[in-house]
Write a protein that binds this ligand. Structure first.
Ligand SMILES: Nc1ncnc2c1ncn2[C@@H]1O[C@H](COP(=O)(O)OP(=O)(O)OP(=O)(O)O)[C@@H](O)[C@H]1O
Length: 231
């Protein structure tokens, strides 16, 4: 589904991402972990063609994302609140995203149903603009909008950040369901090691822009990651 080939991103002469090769198969859920500044967001931005690599390419279903629009049809993403439109209500934003994908109002309502627990009656029918929601609730709106089109590929940057504990658990279960029922391919970065290993079958560790470990999750993964990150 995704192939990263010899990519490098350089800012002010400093290499912030340098990944010779990374492949993500269709249906695979990959968690990206790494300390602050490791390059996770920069990698996602290159996968989504929001920034161009200094060197190398990213391919989605075999097509260079920088040279095609096709991947936008089957890719949903939420990296940060910059993806939202502040002067819309949550309903208006879902309609805006739904229209892009040719969804009817009925489709949108139906596809938001699995999010109702996560929304906790604080998102819909609030008569307020996205800019006036809390950071956590803005994140919930962004994640739901990213998943609205039932994308084949879902890319989320730190989806658990800013969420309260109940919401984190609800989101974790929701992502697992999306993965299992829709066979969504997922790329998820997170500082929450326990949640990310419960959602993802594979964990990639980035350190100073380099891919230093690539492992399948099993019952020992949390311990291994905690040991890795204990300095
Ligand atoms: N636009 C930019 N200009 C200059 N340097 C940048 C820019 N964007 C990112 N960087 C640098 O690239 C490096 C990787 O940043 P990035 O945000 O990708 O890391 P991250 O792993 O997502 O970190 P965090 O966990 O803190 O969100 C950092 O050193 C950062 O300062």
């Amino acid at each position: 589904m995704i192939e990263v080939k010899s990519i490098e991103k350089i800012y002010s002469g400093k290499v912030v991402v340098n990944i010779p090769e990374l492949s993500v198969a269709a249906g695979e859920a990959v968690g990206l972990v790494g300390n602050n500044g490791a390059g996770k967001t920069t990698l996602f931005r290159m996968v989504l063609d929001l920034i161009r690599p200094s060197k190398g390419e990213v391919y989605s279903k075999g097509i260079n994302v920088a040279k095609s629009e096709e991947w936008k049809e089957y890719t949903g993403s939420h990296l940060d609140e910059g993806f939202l439109i502040d002067y819309l209500t949550a309903e208006e934003y879902f309609k805006f995203i739904g229209d892009l994908h040719g969804l009817s109002d009925g489709d949108i309502t139906e596809r938001l149903l699995p999010f109702m627990d996560l929304f906790n009656e604080e998102i819909l029918h609030q008569r307020k603009y996205i800019r006036d929601f809390s950071k956590g609730n803005q994140k919930k709106i962004g994640i739901a909008a990213a998943a609205l089109s039932n994308p084949e590929l879902l890319i989320l940057d730190e989806p658990f950040a800013n969420l309260d504990p109940s919401s984190q658990i609800r989101l974790k279960n929701l992502l697992r369901t999306l993965r299992e029922q829709k066979r969504m391919t997922m790329l998820i970065s997170s500082h929450d090691l326990s949640h990310v290993i419960e959602v993802c079958e594979r964990i990639v560790i980035l350190e100073k822009g380099q891919l230093v470990q690539d492992m399948q999750t099993n019952e020992n993964t949390l311990k291994e990651l905690e040991t890795y990150f204990t300095v």
